[in-house]
Write a protein that binds this ligand. Structure first.
Ligand code: NGO
Length: 526
C-alpha cells in the first residue's frame, strides 16, 4: 500500500521529471555513434543529446589569424544556402556563449598532427579544435556529415538542424590521399575542376593531380612556348574543340584548392604521350617535322627527341613556368608507356628531367616506369601497373603512391553493362574498390614505403561532368576511407550501410552516381 508520504515523494519525482523533459524539449536524444561519417573517424564518443543550429548563431575563431577567419568564412558559406542563415564570423579569445560554433588551433601540438581534429558537440556549443588549419577544414566536413543531409541543398530548407552530441577525435592513416583528373583526353573547364575539388573536399581527399598534357591535348599555357596551347590544345579525343587553362586560370584553381587545403600536382607526361607538343613545334621532333594532331585513343606511339639539346631547354622552360605557379612541393613528369623510346634513351632522359625538376625546387613524381632510372632522394614512384617497377623504386628508397589500376582506376567500368569507361585492367565494383589494403597489396611494399593512395580518372571515354560523377561516385568515398581510416577499422559490410546513407547527401549535392546493387541505398528504402 502506498502511503500519503510516499505518494507526495512520487509526485515530486514526477514533477521534476516533467520539468526536466520540458526544459530540454529542444535537446532531442540522438546518438552520434550512429551517424554515417565517411571516411570513418578514429573515435566517436556519444553523449546522447543534441545541439540545434539556429538563426543568429555566430562562428567564433580563436585569435586574430586571417587564415582562421577564412576557414570560418568557408564554414559560414557552406551552411548558408540550405539554412538561409547569415552567419557572422568573429574573432575571440575566450569560449563563446551557447548556440555558437567555436574554431580553435591548439597552443601546443598534439597527436592530431597536420590534418587531425577534435570535434566536441555539447547541447550548448560546437567546438572544433585542430593543431593545424587543415585539420579544421577536415573537421568541418565531419560536421557537415553529421548535420541532416539537406544541409547540402542549394536552396533554403526547413530545419530543425539538429546535431548529435559527443566527441569525435580523428586523424588520417596516410598523409597523401589523392585523386587524378585527366583533362587532356577530354578538356574540363575551371568550373568543372572546382566542382571536382569540392567533391574531393567532402571526403577529406588532400591532393588533386591534374594530367595536363598527353597525345591528344596540351592544357596549360606555357608563355615561352605558346603554340603548345594555341595549336596543341585545340582538339581532344573524338575531334572536339579541346581547350586549355591560362596561367591565371590555373592559379585560380590552385587557390581554390588551397582554401580547402588540397594541393594541386601538375603532370606533364614525357617522353611518351607527347604528340600534342610534337604537333605544335616541328623542332621538337628528331626529323624536324611536326606531327599531326591526334584525336584517337591509342597509347605509346609518341616520344620527345631524346638526343636533341633543345628538348631539355623545352622541358626546363615548361617545368620552370609550372613550378612558379604551383605552390605544392611536387611536379609529376609522367614517364609511362614510352614504348617507342628505347630504354637506353629513356633512362638518361628521366635522370636529366629529374635534375631539372630538382633545380626548380620541386620533388619529382613519375609513373612506376621511372624506377628504371636512378632516383634521387625524395623522388616518388606512382605504382599503377607493374609491381616489379614499384619494387625497383622501393629498392632505391623512393616512396610509393599506390594507384593499382585494378583497384583505384576510376575509368574502369563497374561491370560489363557500364556505358562509359574501359575495362583493360578489371571491372571494378564498389566493393572491390574498397576491399584492399595498400600496405599489403604488393609483396615487398610495406606501410613505411608508402606515401599514400591516389585514384586516377582517365577520360578517353568521359566527356562531361555528369559522366565524371558517374564513374567517381560511389567509388571515391571508398578510396577516401582506404586512405584515411586504418585497415582494422574498415569492414565492407559495415561500410556499405554508411555509404548507402550517403545517397541522400549525393542527391542534395546533385551528384550523378552509379546505384550499385551491392549497396543498400537509403533513398530506395523510403
Ligand atoms: C594507363 C595509361 C593512360 C591511359 C589509362 C587508361 C597510365 C599510367 N597510362 O595508365 O594513358 O589513359 O591507362 O586506363
Amino acid at each position: 500500500m502506498i502511503t500519503i508520504k510516499q505518494n507526495s515523494v512520487f509526485l515530486a519525482f514526477l514533477f521534476i521529471l516533467m520539468a526536466g523533459i520540458m526544459s530540454c524539449k529542444e535537446n532531442v536524444p540522438m546518438d552520434l555513434a550512429q551517424e554515417s561519417i565517411i571516411p570513418k573517424p578514429v573515435s566517436i564518443m556519444a553523449t546522447n543529446s543534441s545541439f540545434k543550429l539556429e538563426e543568429g548563431l555566430s562562428i567564433y575563431v580563436k585569435g586574430e589569424a586571417e587564415e582562421l577567419n577564412q576557414i570560418g568564412q568557408y564554414l559560414a558559406k557552406t551552411l548558408k544556402p540550405s539554412t538561409g542563415f547569415e552567419i557572422e564570423v568573429q574573432s575571440t579569445d575566450k569560449e563563446p556563449g551557447a548556440g555558437n560554433i567555436y574554431l580553435t588551433i591548439s597552443d601546443s601540438e598534439t597527436e592530431l598532427g597536420e590534418e587531425g581534429y577534435e570535434l566536441i558537440v555539447t547541447e550548448n556549443l560546437i567546438s572544433l579544435n585542430a593543431d593545424k588549419p587543415a585539420g579544421l577544414i577536415r573537421g568541418i566536413q565531419t560536421l557537415r556529415q553529421i548535420l541532416p543531409p539537406k544541409i547540402e541543398s542549394t536552396t533554403v530548407e526547413q530545419g530543425p538542424w539538429l546535431i548529435a552530441t559527443g566527441t569525435i577525435t580523428d586523424y588520417p592513416d596516410y598523409s597523401y590521399r589523392g585523386a587524378m583528373l585527366d583533362v587532356s583526353r577530354h578538356f574540363f573547364g575551371v568550373d568543372d575542376v572546382k566542382r571536382y575539388i569540392d567533391l574531393l573536399t567532402y571526403y577529406k581527399i588532400n591532393v588533386l593531380h591534374l594530367h595536363l598534357s598527353d597525345d591528344q591535348g596540351w592544357r596549360i599555357e606555357i608563355k615561352s612556348w605558346p603554340n603548345l596551347t594555341t595549336h596543341g590544345g585545340s582538339t581532344q579525343v573524338g575531334g572536339g574543340e579541346g581547350g586549355y587553362y591560362t596561367q591565371e586560370q590555373y592559379k585560380d584553381i590552385v587557390k581554390y584548392a588551397q582554401e580547402r587545403y588540397i594541393i594541386i600536382i601538375p603532370e606533364i607526361d614525357m617522353p611518351g604521350h607527347t604528340n600534342a607538343a610534337l604537333a605544335s613545334y616541328p623542332e621538337l621532333n628528331c626529323d624536324g617535322k611536326a606531327t599531326e594532331l591526334y584525336t584517337g585513343t591509342e597509347v605509346g606511339f609518341s616520344t620527345l627527341c631524346i638526343k636533341k639539346e633543345l628538348t631539355y631547354k623545352f622541358v626546363d622552360d615548361v617545368i620552370r613556368e609550372l613550378a612558379a605557379i604551383t605552390p605544392g612541393p611536387y611536379i609529376h613528369i609522367g614517364g609511362d608507356e614510352s614504348h617507342v623510346t628505347p630504354m637506353e634513351d629513356y633512362i638518361p632522359f628521366i635522370n636529366r628531367v629529374q635534375d631539372i625538376v630538382l633545380s626548380h625546387n620541386k620533388i619529382m613524381i613519375g609513373w612506376d616506369e621511372v624506377a628504371h632510372a636512378s632516383l634521387k632522394q625524395n623522388s616518388v614512384v606512382q605504382f599503377w601497373a607493374k609491381t616489379e617497377n614499384a619494387i625497383k623504386g622501393v629498392n632505391q628508397s623512393a616512396k610509393v603512391i599506390m594507384s593499382p589500376a585494378v583497384k583505384t582506376y576510376l575509368d574502369m567500368q563497374y561491370d560489363s553493362t557500364t556505358t562509359f569507361g574501359l575495362h583493360w585492367a578489371a571491372y571494378i565494383e564498389v566493393d572491390s574498390a574498397y576491399i584492399w589494403d595498400p600496405a599489403t597489396f604488393v609483396e615487398g611494399i610495406t606501410k613505411e614505403n608508402i606515401l599514400g593512395i591516389e585514384a586516377p580518372l582517365w577520360t578517353e571515354t568521359i566527356t562531361k561532368m555528369d559522366e565524371i560523377e558517374y564513374m567517381v561516385f560511389p567509388r571515391l568515398p571508398g578510396h577516401a576511407e582506404v586512405g584515411w581510416s586504418a585497415p582494422d577499422a574498415r569492414d565492407w559490410d559495415e561500410y556499405k550501410i554508411r555509404l548507402g546513407k550517403h545517397a541522400e547527401r549525393f542527391d542534395a549535392l546533385g551528384i550523378n552516381y552509379y546505384k550499385s546493387k551491392l549497396v543498400p541505398w537509403v533513398n530506395d528504402q523510403e
